[in-house]
Write a new protein. Structure first.
Length: 241
C-alpha cells in the first residue's frame, strides 16, 4: 500500500511539473485588435508605427501600434507575403511569394529595384513567406515556407550568401530580428507557434499561440505583434523574458 501511495504521489509530481512547463510555453495575448485590412500577410515596425502588407490587394498599411490605419501605399504587385524596412534609408523591402521576387521601394512606395531569388518551390504557395533586415550585417533574411523550410541570408543585391534548413515546425510564415538579444523570432501558422532561434538556426525556445493563420511577426517595445491572415486581426503579446 505504501509503495502504491508513493507511486501515485510521484505521478502527480510529474503531472504537475509537465503542466507547469506547458503553461510556460504558451503565450496569451495582452490585446487583440480587429484590423480593417484584408488578409494581412506581413508586418514590420518603425518610428512608433506598424507597417502591414496585404497579399490580397498589394497594399502597405501604416498603422498605429493598436492597428489604426494612418496611411495606405498601393503597390503594383500582388501575393506580397512579407515586409521590412531599412531604417538607415527608410526604404521598404517586400517579397512576392509566387514569383520569388524581392522588391525594393522608397519611403512613399515608389519602385527602386527588384531581384529574382534563386531556388525552386513545388507550388506557388510554398515559397518566400517572410523577411527582416539585420542592421549589423546590412543583410536581408528571407524565409521559405516549406519544401524546403529555409532561412536565406541575402545581400542587398538579392544574392543568397547563406542557407539554414529547419525541421522544428510544419511550416514557417513570418520572421523578425530581435536587436536586443540578437536572435530571430519565427512564427508558424500550421504549428500555431512562435520560435526563438539563434542566428545559426538553433532553437532556443518555442511557444504555442492561440492564433489562426499567423502570417507575420515583429518585436517593438518588448512586445510581439502577430497578424492573422484569416481573421484580419492583430495579436499583441508581451515578449517572453
Amino acid at each position: 500500500m505504501k509503495a502504491i501511495l508513493i507511486l501515485i504521489l510521484a505521478s502527480l509530481g510529474v503531472y504537475s511539473c509537465t503542466s507547469r512547463v506547458n503553461s510556460q510555453n504558451t503565450l496569451e495575448p495582452i490585446k487583440v485588435v480587429n484590423l480593417n485590412i484584408s488578409e494581412p500577410s506581413g508586418i514590420t515596425s518603425f518610428n512608433n508605427n506598424l507597417y502591414i502588407v496585404s497579399d490580397k490587394n498589394g497594399t502597405i498599411y501604416k498603422t498605429s501600434l493598436d492597428g489604426k490605419i494612418l496611411q495606405k501605399i498601393k503597390l503594383k504587385y500582388n501575393d506580397l507575403e512579407g515586409i521590412t524596412i531599412d531604417k538607415a534609408t527608410q526604404n521598404f523591402w517586400v517579397i512576392d511569394e509566387s514569383k520569388r521576387i524581392l522588391i525594393s521601394l522608397d519611403s512613399i512606395g515608389d519602385f527602386l529595384q527588384k531581384k529574382k531569388i534563386k531556388g525552386k518551390q513545388q507550388d506557388k504557395n510554398n515559397g518566400l513567406e517572410g523577411i527582416c533586415f539585420v542592421e549589423s550585417t546590412n543583410s536581408l533574411i528571407v524565409i521559405n515556407e516549406k519544401q524546403p523550410k529555409q532561412l536565406l541570408t541575402l545581400n542587398l543585391k538579392g544574392k543568397i550568401t547563406n542557407k539554414i534548413d529547419f525541421n522544428f515546425s510544419h511550416d514557417i510564415s513570418g520572421i523578425c530580428f530581435d536587436n536586443k538579444s540578437t536572435t530571430f523570432w519565427i512564427v508558424s501558422d500550421e504549428s500555431k507557434s512562435i520560435y526563438n532561434i539563434t542566428t545559426k538556426g538553433a532553437l532556443i525556445k518555442s511557444y504555442k499561440i492561440p492564433v489562426d493563420k499567423a502570417e507575420g511577426v515583429v518585436i517593438y517595445n518588448d512586445k510581439l505583434f502577430v497578424v492573422s491572415d484569416s481573421q484580419n486581426k492583430l495579436y499583441i503579446f508581451k515578449k517572453p523574458e
